[in-house]
Design a protein around this ligand. Sequence first.
Ligand SMILES: [Zn+2]
Length: 496
Amino acid sequence: MRAEGIVMEFEPVIGLEVHAQLLTNSKLFCGCSTRFGAPPNSNTCPVCLGLPGALPALNRKAVTLAVRSALALGCAVNPTSIFARKNYFYPDLPKGYQISQYDRPLGQHGRVEVCSGERTAAGQIVNRRKKIFRITRLHMEEDAGKSLHEGLPDSDRKSYVDLNRSGVPLAEIVSEPDFRSSQEAYDYLTHLRKTLLYLGVCDGNMEEGSLRCDANVSVRPKGSDAFGTKVEIKNLNSFRFVQRALDYEIERQARVLAEGGRIYQETRLWDEVKESTFPMRSKEEAHDYRYFPEPDLLPLKLQPAWIEEMERTLPELPHAREERFVTEYDLSHEDAMLLTSIPAVADYFEECARNSGNPRAAANWAVGDLTYALKASGKEIEESPVSARELGVLIRTIDSGEISGKIAKTVFEEMFRSGEGSAPVIRRLGLVQISDEPALLGVIEKVKAANPRQLADYRSGKDKLFGYFVGQVMKETQGQANPKVLNELLQKALRE
Ligand SMILES: [Zn+2]
């Protein structure tokens, strides 16, 4: 493909800015609720409406969550950070400025180690490699409100403002331009989201806007050290969109440059329907925000002992847990990655692995049948009708030979449907595996008598027919014959 050839001659340089909503009940500088989905403008007060004379008071919980995030991302936490006013005019910004942090942010100079690699269609990771991505800064700021538009621009357009989001606490996490492919950007974002979920500092819900991402991207001829002109992409509602938008933009810029054109510094929006980016209309960049220290808030001073305490009490982070799953339970990287994507899933797996004494099987059930059943019923793992303990019991029942793996699937489905344990389900459905030799021999004789031609063929050397006989016995016993016992008996009986 022509476009691909052009892209190959250029190297993309990507930086990411992520806004994560901190999981507090109240806003950053007032007591209003942060609950999503409340009636418009119901979660507001003089502070977050920007009424004259109202004074902000900093939310302690938000600071704690931001500090935990900064530490987990390897940032140095500044003992003193300063809130600053970022001045700009926008209808959903009632004060005319946003309280943010500027030259003295909460955290700086972070780094994360991320496993990156291309995915095959089957989800396997190839060219797996560890990469260090640097984090420039993590600072706290308040969110703006939300404008809603009705009708088309330039016609009879109506606009509304909802200020429920105004003042909601955010951590903005800015990376260095360290990503050299859209896949690396995707892997970093996945890592970041996972980390924030593990810390319990953000719910990671992109649809509700609690995690948002803007990307900066430029391209340069391969081998060059200079940076090209960068374009900012906004309106990216999922990590897949980030990846697609970057791919589109990298190709667009490479093509423009290859044809002798030039790239303009601009903000572009991603159109998920057209799968392309387009220049943002009428919002000039080159903002002069005229930052200055927020006079209504004192500098934020943190005791070094408290910061150390926060660092000491960080939970096991996803990357460490993933590595541990690989070594401790002998899992593949893909399974370890899937199982650690959500802390509750990782907890479930570990409890099941302990209870079953068979971590491999626990992993297979957790990423297989359990995940499917949860998806199909729209349930979260916390609501699973089959507990980790009960799934462990089921796995032990299989490993002891009491039921076959095939029957176990039926048992699991019934456990999931009814919420019962495996033992009552097996009893109720009469699904205990037949390991009793005389009983199985009886069935084998019956099958032999009913298939004289196949028996003769088998005896004359058609070994493949063995499977046919296994199938017939399974059919007779409704799948309940113990495969191992059946195999041994059948080997002998067919020769006799
Ligand atoms: Zn308020």
